[in-house]
Design a protein. Structure first.
Lengths: 657, 175
């Protein structure tokens, strides 16, 4: 039965298990590269806790499925079996299959599918059980019996784990009638008896038809903490017919469970390192001290203590800033969680394409805001796929080009100023200028490639519907891609650029803001209103003479900036502010850059720089184009934050129309 | 107690407990807002205008850190704009988890209205579209129109969207 509390535990279990699966996967990959025995233990532990948890939280199919993998791992762990590529491959597919099961568990769908059934067979076969059909039959026969003899000898330390043998026996009683005999042979003399240890053992005669799996499930939690032998007394003759039943019954179970489960939205949680929390507590402690120090000024300030007050305020400012940074730090997670999926992906894709790829991951510990982290995965996957599919060549081509057979794909994350920079670089063929130009001409994006700089050509691949792949594969080349990458990154307040050398390779650079929750901005005045322009997108602010403005047909205004003509966006027009400065030489032009293009924002003037806590307009209202959010100024009033990328988009849409 | 007796008691209680309404005045008429939807009442403070908004959305204000849109109920119902004075208040209401501010001329009272005392609204004779009313009641010779807050704000969302669409089209048409 799935009640609300169990559903909540299931959520936690699923989250933890998914992490466990990640561990299994990365350890398996490391093992593939020649790892040590400790890795096998890590994998085994992960599989074991998933199995135990699955049984407890009502996913019997998952538990029995994981059990197969665990048995296989146990043999490897015990040195009975050497690990080889075949087993790693099989276990990797098991990990995938379990991920699918968890996804289905979350959605409340039946857990088993054809893949799981197939894999279960393969795992059993790998164990050598499937070698002879008779072997399977024999094992199946003892899965079900009329009566069982169970010998249960807990290790002395079992009680310390909170496991109560009485509870286990009581649970067993649910399966049939019990006759329990205690084994007292290990009981020490009274003066040497430690009441916290378990010295008893039991022999339990279970009467009534039961399945071995059901009995074993009772002891799931004490596995490894006891000696357990389950032996049938009478083998049921018609066991073969029953073997089909266990598969069908749990599915019905899950269907019933799904009916009860509410459509629970995927809850989002953050795991925070304990030292971050400790740091926060320290800071709050200091803040309280500062506050009590400042509190002494409640009765008035005389000149003699002015210096002290100043010092206190300075402390307050410092602690507030530190506190802010620490709290933001809680949202920061290492990019490793995103990078971790790539070794597997690169391995699969390169095998599929017959390419040899060495993946280098650098700066995995670089921390990013959780929101950014969740959304950066897809664009990165796309870039990596593209790099292997289009960038890196086949071994033969590489040899012809005088390079080694194995191509290098490098993912690097680093802090650069107030930004996080993620680079995806390969030493492949680089962008094919001719192919891109030809494609762009064919699509009508440009008239000809003449006079286009390399940068401008590279920029073409970000146009919607652009793909130069000769053959559409299931990996890439469907024509949706780079434009989506750019759009996704822009939504995070970042940008993508390409640097490519023909024959040497390409570098895709994604620049992202550290956090989405607080931005540095310049406060600009437009009439009565105040707007915040994000500092990262500001190139410079200039005052123009009236003559510097060219008006083009259709009403647009352009100004010359470092050899380019840039469009002017009058904020007072766009936002409809009355009482704003209209004459170009009386106001100020803020040159901003977004999505690789620049525009000038015309405002009355600048008021100052400030950190702005980004608040959502959508929470209570709706999205407003040209505005990315709002913030609260020092006087408590609301100021809107200018969406520079959105403005540039609006401007380019204007140009197209 | 049996299940059916329980239900009967509950429904009896429901009819017996009067609904409470906050009454506000708007252009010499009194309107009732379900008090359960009212989050707070605050004096009029200037708001920050937002672009591409319908004319009756005055802007947004800072409600203890949340950005809350404010609309003028007079403009919402197509009445004449009135200068804001010391009596002007913003009633913050919550509908479906979203907060909105509603500017009215003044707040007056809290009324207990039994369900039996609510009469249907005749089709004419009020300044406000009957679509946004769920009934009327009279208290000591005064007529109070009960606003259907849910209805008041839901069609408005649609209208906000409609208002936004031509604005987006404008941007494209400018060139």
């Amino acid at each position: 039965m799935v009640n609300a509390a169990l559903a909540q535990f299931q959520q936690v279990f699923i989250e933890e298990s998914l992490e466990g699966l990640d561990t299994m996967e990365s350890s398996l990959l490391a093992l593939d590269d020649g790892g040590d025995a400790e890795l096998v233990h890590t994998i085994f532990r992960a599989a074991h806790s998933i199995k135990g948890g699955a049984a407890t939280f009502g996913f019997p199919e998952m538990s029995s499925f994981t059990h197969e993998a665990e048995s296989l791992l146990d043999e490897v762990r015990g040195g009975k079996r050497a690990i080889d590529g075949g087993i790693v491959e099989l276990l990797l597919r098991t990990v995938d299959c379990l991920r699918g099961m968890f996804a289905r568990a979350r959605a409340g769908e039946p857990l088993n599918d054809a893949v799981a059934e197939g894999l279960r067979g393969e795992l059993a076969a790998a164990m050598g059980r499937g070698a002879a059909a008779g072997g399977v039959q024999a094992r199946r026969e003892v899965d079900q019996a009329d009566a069982w003899t169970i010998r249960f000898r807990p290790h002395p330390g079992m009680l310390a784990g909170g496991n109560d043998p009485l509870r286990l026996i009581r649970e067993l009683a649910g399966l049939g009638e019990l006759a329990v005999t205690a084994e007292l042979d290990r009981l020490p003399a009274l003066d040497r008896l430690d009441p916290a240890e378990c010295h008893l053992g039991w022999t339990i005669e279970l009467a009534g038809p039961a399945k071995r799996a059901d009995i074993a499930a009772v002891f799931d939690w004490v596995e490894g903490e006891c000696e357990l032998a389950i032996e049938p007394k009478h083998v049921v003759a018609a066991a073969a017919a029953a073997s089909a039943a266990p598969a069908a019954a749990p599915v019905a179970d899950v269907a019933a469970a799904r009916a009860q489960r509410e459509t629970s939205a995927e809850s989002s949680t953050v795991r925070v390192a304990i030292d971050k929390i400790d740091g926060l507590i320290n800071l709050v402690g200091e803040l309280v001290i500062t506050q009590s120090m400042l509190d002494t000024f409640r009765d008035g300030v005389d000149a003699s203590r002015l210096a002290l007050l100043e010092q206190g305020l300075a402390q307050l400012a410092r602690h507030t800033r530190e506190l802010q940074e620490s709290v933001m730090g809680i949202r920061m997670l290492p990019i490793a969680s995103v990078f971790n999926r790539f070794p597997r992906m690169v391995r699969d894709i390169s095998q599929k394409l017959g390419k040899q790829v060495r993946l280098e991951l650098v700066g995995e510990h670089t921390e990013l805001d959780k929101t950014v982290l969740e959304k950066i995965g897809d664009p990165l996957v796309h870039l990596v796929r593209n790099a292997i599919d289009h960038g890196l060549e086949l071994p033969a081509q590489r040899r012809a080009a005088g390079k080694g057979d194995t191509g290098t794909l490098r993912l690097e994350a680093s802090h650069r100023g107030g930004n996080i920079v993620v680079e995806v670089s390969d030493d492949g063929a680089g962008l094919n200028r001719e192919a891109i130009v030809a494609k762009a001409v064919q699509r009508g994006l440009i008239a000809s490639g003449e006079g286009l700089g390399d940068e401008a050509v590279a920029d073409l691949i970000f146009q919607p519907g652009f793909s130069t792949a000769a053959v559409t594969t299931d990996l890439s080349g469907r024509g949706v891609g780079m434009d989506v990458v750019r759009r996704n990154v822009a939504d995070l307040g970042g940008s993508v650029t390409i640097r490519s050398t023909s024959g040497k390779g390409s570098v895709f650079t994604i620049t992202l803001p550290l956090t989405l929750a607080i931005i540095d901005g310049l406060t600009a005045a437009v009439g009565e209103e105040r707007y915040i322009v994000p500092l990262v997108s500001i190139v410079e602010s200039i005052q123009l003479q009236r003559e510097a403005i060219r008006t083009v047909v259709g009403g647009g205004e352009l100004f010359r900036f470092r050899g380019d003509y840039l469009p002017v966006i009058r904020l007072h027009e766009l936002f409809g502010c009355p009482d704003a400065v209209r004459a170009i030489d009386e106001g100020l032009l803020i040159v901003v850059e977004g999505e690789g293009a620049r525009v000038g924002l015309f405002v009355d003037g600048l008021i100052g720089q400030q950190q702005a806590v980004v608040k959502s307009l959508e929470a209570n209202y709706r999205r407003v184009s040209g505005v990315s959010g709002a913030t609260i100024l020092a006087d408590g009033s609301v100021a809107l934050i200018v969406d520079v990328a959105g403005m540039v988009r609006m401007q380019s849409r204007r140009k197209v129309a | 107690m049996s299940q059916s007796a329980n239900t009967a008691a509950a429904s009896a209680a429901e009819t017996a407990v009067p609904m409470q309404y906050l009454t506000v005045s708007l252009a010499h008429e009194e309107y009732g807002i379900d008090i359960l939807a009212v989050r707070e009442i605050r004096g009029w403070t200037p708001v920050t205008r937002i672009p591409q908004a319908p004319h009756y959305v005055l802007g947004v204000l800072n409600l203890r850190g949340a950005i809350v849109p404010v609309l003028d109920l007079r403009l919402r119902f197509g009445l004449v704009r009135k200068d804001y004075d010391a009596n002007t208040v913003t009633v913050i209401v919550t509908v479906a988890g979203r907060h909105f501010g509603v500017v009215v001329d003044a707040v007056s009272d809290v009324l207990d209205v039994a369900a039996g005392d609510v009469r249907p609204v005749p089709d004419m004779g009020t300044a406000v579209d009957t679509e946004y009313l769920k009934g009327l009641t009279s208290v000591a010779e005064r007529m109070v129109l009960l606003l259907d807050v849910d209805r008041l704000l839901q069609p408005q969302d649609a209208q906000m969207l409609e208002a936004a669409l031509p604005a987006a089209a404008d941007v494209q048409a400018v060139a």
